[in-house]
Design a binder for this molecule. Structure first.
Ligand SMILES: Cc1cc2nc3c(=O)[nH]c(=O)nc-3n(C[C@H](O)[C@H](O)[C@H](O)COP(=O)(O)OP(=O)(O)OC[C@H]3O[C@@H](n4cnc5c(N)ncnc54)[C@H](O)[C@@H]3O)c2cc1C
Length: 578
């Protein structure tokens, strides 16, 4: 089938739905999603959405901007951060007006709590900035936005997997899409396309991310010649459930939980004397691994898969029930423990992609370091890189990013399609995708896809994780490149067209393999430590040489790289202490 829309949004998480809501005010709009919209990973967001409402104590967007920029180790574009923090306040009230059931203070205002790296008066002490709906904030955002989209007549294509983007002479004309229910290919023609396909934590062995977080958007755009930005910066959240990676929100520490080593010491006092357990995630993750290396992990064997304790008992049973009920439920289900009495065993878990598809502050995708943009091509949310998170995102700032930049991109698209025409669709638009499906179904079989996936996840975890060295990354890149080549021999056993999840899983693996290679290549090149990118061989930040965004192109079997300047128009870079 061929479908035609003014505006198409790929992805139905918070970013995609907000963009669809705005675009649909002025354009015939469709949302394509490989999952039912309410199963998008935004629904798993627990802790909160940051906005300087000042409901419980004084707060200002300017302080929020400072924290975001410092937290990102000065790699965020400060003009974009200003838009983020100012837009956050309006966005939270807009969500409230649309019916989002926020948790409330006794006098009926939106309640707020502390979160890592968010401070008052430029770093003095933690501030209550995270607005929340118990520990189901993302779930409530998704429900609210989905209802509004349905009300506004947005067309949804659920379980449609985008395989290819059609770009010609710098203009995006449409998409090639696989319908999961039938196995049929379709083309979608559009004047404007926005990618909001979320993160790609699934390239790591231990991750908080859903199975669907496979980076399809960035990978298929990279294969179409679009650069990706700051791919070396991948955030590890300090508190994943030991051995499973399931996230224990930072809100547990925001509500008073603390980290302890095997000697019962609150070790974060040593690493971050002012913010202690509420230091930014990159610092806390590194501190945990340092403790483990010293033999202070709970097992004490100095192996990197050791763990520490997160003690939530101090919060008290009643507050646990009100403020973090889902966390208590996860721990009862997966660990068999009552967190009001026993500490939670935790270790860092791969969580969030700071890098991705480079955009300007209107969501338009950049072609190169000069700021030139593609026509009719947009990106927002975790798959995009505006960049507001720099080298390390603060907790609660992703949900803000989705809402503020999802909205701006949707509005920009609605304006753009008014005057724009449709670009040409090649008659044989589906040929490339059809040929790929044919190749996966027929012929001699190489190594099974699951084996390649396992090797990729282990390699990324061991060599491109929290701590990195030149030698480790070289090895990683060589292994990953071989895996990428071997992928050419992957064959699927399941031939039927309907609901072929073996096929969709293999398509996702290809995307992860490309992004893993691009991450390792970018990380090897950056010879400094900044935010989440920690080089043991270059432990210092080096602003003289590296205060740049990195751009990387997938150029056949090679990687082409460039640098893009960072906007530092508000706060000059300083050493980062907490
Ligand atoms: C467990 C967890 C807890 C979190 N808690 C918080 C928090 O408290 N506060 C905070 O600020 N951030 C939090 N984050 C981060 C934040 O939730 C995510 O960064 C954010 O929700 C991503 O939203 P998104 O709209 O970009 O994408 P997602 O919500 O991930 O949605 C992606 C969409 O893209 C679609 N898609 C993907 N590939 C394709 C394809 N090929 N074809 C068609 N559709 C496709 C999917 O179907 C889906 O609809 C958390 C993340 C996790 C994993």
């Amino acid at each position: 089938m061929k479908y035609v829309y003014d505006a198409i949004i790929v992805g139905a998480g918070g970013a995609g739905l907000y963009a669809a809501l705005e675009a649909s005010a002025g354009a015939k709009t469709a949302v394509l999603s490989k999952l039912h919209p309410l199963r998008s990973h935004t629904g798993a967001a627990q802790g909160g959405i940051g906005a300087a409402l000042g409901n419980l104590e004084e707060d200002k967007p300017e302080w929020h901007a400072f924290d975001t920029i410092k937290g990102g180790d000065y790699l965020a574009d400060q003009n974009a951060v200003k838009i983020l923090v100012e837009g956050a306040v309006e966005a939270v009230y807009h969500l409230e007006n649309m019916g989002l059931p926020f948790s409330r203070t006794a006098d009926g205002k939106i309640d707020q709590r502390r979160f890592g790296g968010h401070t008052r008066n430029f770093g003095e002490a933690p501030v209550m900035r995270a607005c929340y709906a118990a520990d189901r904030t993302g779930h409530m955002i998704l429900q609210t936005l989905y209802q509004q989209c349905i009300k506004n007549g947005v067309h949804f294509f659920d379980e449609y997997i985008v395989m290819e983007v059609l770009i010609e002479n710098g203009k995006c004309n449409g998409l090639v899409v696989l319908e999961l229910a039938t196995g049929e290919l379709h083309t979608f023609q559009a004047k404007a396309v926005l990618f909001a396909t979320g993160g790609f934590g699934r390239m790591y062995k231990t991750t908080s991310n859903a199975y669907a977080n496979t980076g399809d958007g960035p990978a298929l755009l990279a294969r179409a010649g679009v650069p990706l930005m700051d791919m070396e910066f991948f955030q590890f959240h300090p508190t994943g459930i030991y051995g499973m990676g399931i996230l224990i929100t930072e809100a547990v520490r925001g509500e008073g939980g603390i980290l302890l080593n095997r000697n019962g010491e609150r070790f974060m006092e040593e690493y971050a004397p002012t913010l202690v357990d509420l230091a930014p995630r990159d610092m806390v993750s590194r501190a945990i691994l340092t403790e483990i290396r010293k033999g202070n992990g709970i097992r004490g064997d100095k192996k990197i898969d050791d763990f520490v304790y997160l003690d939530a008992s101090r919060i008290g049973r009643e507050a646990i029930g009100k403020k973090i009920p889902d966390i208590a439920g996860f721990c009862a289900t997966y660990l068999g423990i009552d967190i009001a009495e026993k500490p939670i065993p935790v270790q860092p878990t791969a969580h969030y992609a700071m890098g991705g598809i480079p955009t300007d502050t209107q969501g338009r995708v950049l072609r190169d370091a000069s700021g030139a943009v593609y026509e009719g091509l947009y990106a927002a949310g975790e798959c995009a890189c505006v960049s507001v998170h720099g080298a390390n995102r603060l907790g609660t700032n992703s949900l803000v990013d989705l809402i503020v930049f999802g909205k701006r991109s949707g509005r920009e698209m609605a304006g753009f399609v008014k005057d724009a025409g449709f670009g040409p669709m090649p008659v044989s638009a589906e040929d490339g995708a059809r040929e790929k499906l044919g190749r996966l179904a027929d012929g001699k079989k190489g190594r099974p896809a699951w084996e390649l996936g396992e090797s990729m996840r282990e390699t990324m975890m061991e060599k491109v994780g929290v701590n990195r060295t030149e030698e480790g990354m070289r090895e990683a890149l060589s292994i990953l490149r071989t895996l990428r080549e071997e992928f050419g021999e992957v064959r699927i056993a399941e031939k039927q067209g309907e609901f072929n999840t073996e096929l969709s899983g293999v398509l996702e693996l290809e995307n992860l393999l490309d992004l893993a290679c691009l991450t390792a290549a970018s990380a090897e090149r950056r010879t400094e430590s900044r935010g989440a990118h920690m080089r043991e061989d270059f432990p210092e930040r080096n602003d003289g040489e590296w205060l740049y965004h990195s751009l990387i192109w997938l150029d056949g079997g090679k990687y082409r790289m460039d640098r893009k300047s960072v906007d530092i128009s508000i706060f000059k870079p300083k050493p980062r202490t907490y």
